[in-house]
Design a binder for this molecule. Structure first.
Ligand code: PBG
Length: 330
């Protein structure tokens, strides 16, 4: 037998046609979800310094951006709201006339076919920047009260649904919130509205740029009493299993890149649509290196997105959605 070992694997890499035929993972515009930030006003396009290429929009400019994304074939956006006023209870989050209900209405009017997902959390709306209602815990330390927060999250999800959202995505990491949101939706005529749960959301340093964009850094402490410890993989699978039990339709791992093992394990364990959030810090790192001429942005971004797909994610929330949609066209 003649083994010809010297070209055993390279034969199929010899030209782009062969590489295209042998490619195992496809990245498509269908996989992309664009996160967008919206604040009150008109004609607003405030560039976000820590996230070059991203802006805070007002509902009117948001609708234009959503139309541009839909024209490029991006199937979905996820909206983050920055309210007029913040308070201790995050009341702007569940105000039926709040920023997200207004933004959803504007986007749906512009492009009814675009899937509008809303982020459901209190941190953008609370003056202390935590993801829920803060009370002293048993040790006398200020901490987020789980059940009081869950009630408000259910109200928030319902306000978004009533405004026309196509899907809600709780990102707060309170226990039991998926079930409470599911019950509230079902009880008010939204049994057909899917829930995308940020199930395995880790307490990550990579959210830094987002907190600038959403003006939501915690004013004291951190989020480690509700977001997951980065060291834990088995617990991530438990979080996912519980959210599925409570009725989640899509589960998410967040951030993406330091947690590709979690994505792979989740894809192997659960037969469900799986999402990954390619977060602000992952985006900002590449942008900063590219601005210095140290890395090629397009190649790096497509490699990251392909890696996230290969690890098992079917949906990717990414700030590159618009650029990638353009890159994948040609
Ligand atoms: C809010 C929320 C955060 C992100 C998405 N939803 C911030 C946080 O938990 O501090 C981060 C997204 C990103 O970094 O791109 N709960």
């Amino acid at each position: 037998m003649n083994l010809h070992l010297s070209t055993r694997l390279r034969r199929m890499r010899r030209n782009e046609t062969l590489r295209r035929m042998a490619r195992e993972t496809r990245l498509s515009v269908d996989n992309l979800i664009a996160p967008l930030f919206v604040r009150p006003g008109a004609g607003v396009r405030n560039p976000i310094a820590s996230m070059p290429g991203q802006c805070q929009f007002s509902p009117d400019t948001l609708a234009e951006e959503a139309r541009a994304l839909a024209d490029l074939g991006v199937p979905a956006v996820i909206l983050f709201g920055i309210p007029d006023r913040k308070d201790a209870e995050g009341s702007g989050a569940y105000d039926p006339d709040g920023i997200i209900p207004r933004a959803v209405a504007a986007v749906k009017a512009a492009r009814p076919d675009l899937c509008v997902i809303t982020d459901v959390c209190l941190c953008e709306y609370t003056d202390h920047g935590h993801c829920g209602v803060v009370r002293p815990n048993r040790d006398g330390v200020q901490d987020v009260d789980n059940d009081a927060t869950v009630d408000l999250l259910a109200r928030e999800a319902l306000a978004h649904a009533r405004a026309g959202a196509d899907m809600v995505a709780p990102s707060d990491m309170m226990d039991g919130r998926v079930g409470a949101i599911r019950d509230a939706l079902d009880a008010h005529g939204f049994a057909d509205l899917p829930v995308m749960a940020y199930s395995a959301k880790f307490a990550s340093a990579f959210y830094g740029p987002f907190r600038d964009a959403a003006e939501s850094p915690p004013q004291f402490g951190d989020r480690r009493s509700y977001q997951m410890d980065p060291a834990n993989a088995r617990e991530a699978l438990r979080e996912i299993a519980l959210d599925l039990d409570e009725g989640a339709d899509i589960v998410m791992v967040k951030p993406a890149l330091p947690y590709l093992d979690i994505l792979r394990a989740a894809a192997d364990t659960f037969d469900i649509p799986l999402a990954a959030y390619n977060v602000s810090g992952e985006y900002a790192m590449v942008k900063a290196a590219a601005a210095n001429g140290w890395i090629e942005e397009k190649r790096a971004a497509l490699e990251m997105l392909t890696g996230i797909r290969r690890a098992g994610a079917q949906m990717i929330l990414t700030y590159w959605a618009k650029d990638a949609a353009g890159w994948l066209r040609v």
